[in-house]
Each structure stands twice: as C-alpha cells, then as structure tokens.
Design a protein around this ligand. Structure first.
Ligand code: GEK
Length: 246
C-alpha cells in the first residue's frame, strides 16, 4: 500500500509506529531510505557468512521482519533460531503473520519488547537496522554493550543508522540531497516537510564517529562502514574470534 500519510497537510504530531504506519511501512521505508533494499540483501549475505551453528540471531526493532527474512533464507545451519523484537504491537502482529506465511525452516520468535531491555544470549548475528536512532541517546551505549557481551567470539553486529555530520556544510548538503531523493521517489515538498517535523524529536541521528567510538568502547575489534548513501549508513562490527566468551 502506498504511503500517503502526510499528503493532506494535517496537524503534525510526533511520529509513532501505529496501525496506519504499519499498513504503508514497506513502501515508506523503501521510498525514504536510500539503499534500503541493498542493505536488506547484504544482511542475508552476512548471515550466510557469520551465523554459527547452535547460536541465535537477533533482529532488534524488526518492524515487519525484513532483516529476519533475509537472515532466515541465508542461514546455512539447521540448529539456529532468530529472535525478532519490536515495541510496536501493530508491527509485531503483522510480523508474526508474515512469519507464518513464509516457508523457510529456521524458527523465528517475534516478541513485543523494548530493545533497551532485551537480553542477548549466545548470538552470532545481531541486526539493528535503523532502530538505535529511535532510542534515547543515553540508552544507546548500554544496548551496544549488551549486544557485544551476548555475541559469541566471531559474531557480528550490523548497525544501520541515519547520520548527522559534524561539518555543517556536509550536514546541510546531505539533508538537501536526501530530500531530493524523496522527491524523486514521488513525495511532495509538503509530505517531506510533514514527515521531517513528525520525526524531529523521535529520530535522533548521531555522527559516524560517535557510533564508531561507542562500538570500539564496547569491545568490538573490527568496525567499518560497509555502506553509505548520503546521510544513511550501515556499519559492521565484529567481536574478535580470540575474545573470551561472555
Ligand atoms: C527493517 N529493522 O525493516 N524497542 C523495540 N523496537 C523499537 C524501539 C524500542 N525501544 N524503538 C523503535 N522501535 C527494520 C526497520 S524501523 C526504521 C526498523 C524506520 C522499532 C519501531 O517500532 C520500528 O518498527 C523500528 O524500530 C524502526 O529492517 O522506520 O526508519
């Protein structure tokens, strides 16, 4: 279904992941996040490479489960389970229905919960695909640390985020180019401005250096941006194979 949520210029309220958003979500995210389909495909390829036998995968802020499905269809072991978590009841309900309709064999448990409180255990792959940006910034370091602690050696975190840039010229350039991208996807100036105001206090982007430092601080050995288009990036962070379990 096409995203027309901000087409009629209604009074703007803070953005929430309610039933109306859930209905149009696949169209909304594809037309709003440059490179989203590529990132989802690459999550499948990373799952094939990093997911280890007898472990779990986590999809934190799963929405309708796109990252879970990408992992599910590429995992090469039979004794792996995926845990998908979201705090929007409408998302969780639709994600559960989608899992039932999908034919892959890896089990997926879809849970209603807050990523800030989700226990991570025996994980070889954790995905935060455009979710951390919605958490209060003061909660983010603890989430990344809990993920690091819950990964097995050799495990991977994929963190995709909207970015802000410390250089004001670049920040303005990428914001403008992103709006150009949205216009090219069929959104009007009014829709773009409406969504921007709705997200203003809800989605708080950070700089790449903040993300990098936080991941290094948590203990990740290898951290790199594998994808960036304008102010959207996806980072891989690997827990060294030599690190002690725990
Ligand atoms: C995808 N990963 O398609 N706890 C749990 N869920 C949360 C929290 C929280 N504290 N805050 C926000 N969410 C998906 C796309 S969308 C990205 C992720 C976007 C959930 C929220 O309900 C929504 O479903 C998701 O995080 C963010 O690969 O819309 O830009």
């Amino acid at each position: 279904m096409k995203d027309t949520l901000y087409q009629n210029g209604d009074e703007i309220v803070d953005f929430t992941f309610d039933e109306k958003v859930v209905e149009v979500f696949p169209d909304m995210i594809k037309r709003s996040v440059p490179g989203y389909p590529t990132i989802i495909k690459m999550i499948g390829m990373l799952a094939a490479r990093y997911v280890q036998a007898g472990t779990r995968c986590y999809d934190l802020g799963c929405s309708l489960g796109a990252s879970s499905f990408a992992m599910r269809h590429h995992i090469e072991h039979s004794d792996v389970a995926i845990v998908a978590v979201d705090n929007s009841p409408a998302m969780v309900e639709q994600c559960k229905a989608a899992v039932l309709e999908d034919d892959a064999e890896v089990p997926v448990a879809v849970l209603l919960g807050d990523v800030a409180e989700t226990a991570i255990e025996n994980a070889s792959m954790v995905v935060l695909n455009f979710t951390l940006q919605f958490l209060p910034p003061e909660q983010r370091a603890a989430v990344i640390q809990r993920i690091y602690d819950g990964l097995v050696p050799g495990g991977i975190l994929v963190l995709s985020e909207k970015l802000r840039f410390e250089d004001p010229h670049l920040d303005e350039l990428y914001i403008d180019l992103h709006h150009g991208f949205k216009k090219a996807q069929g959104y009007s100036d009014m829709e773009i401005a409406g969504k921007r105001s709705a997200l203003d206090k809800v989605l708080i982007p950070e700089s790449l250096s903040t993300h990098r430092q936080r991941m290094k601080q948590a203990g990740f050995g290898s951290v790199d941006v594998w994808f960036q288009c304008l102010n959207f990036a996806s980072i891989v962070a690997v827990k060294s194979a030599e690190s002690a379990r725990g």
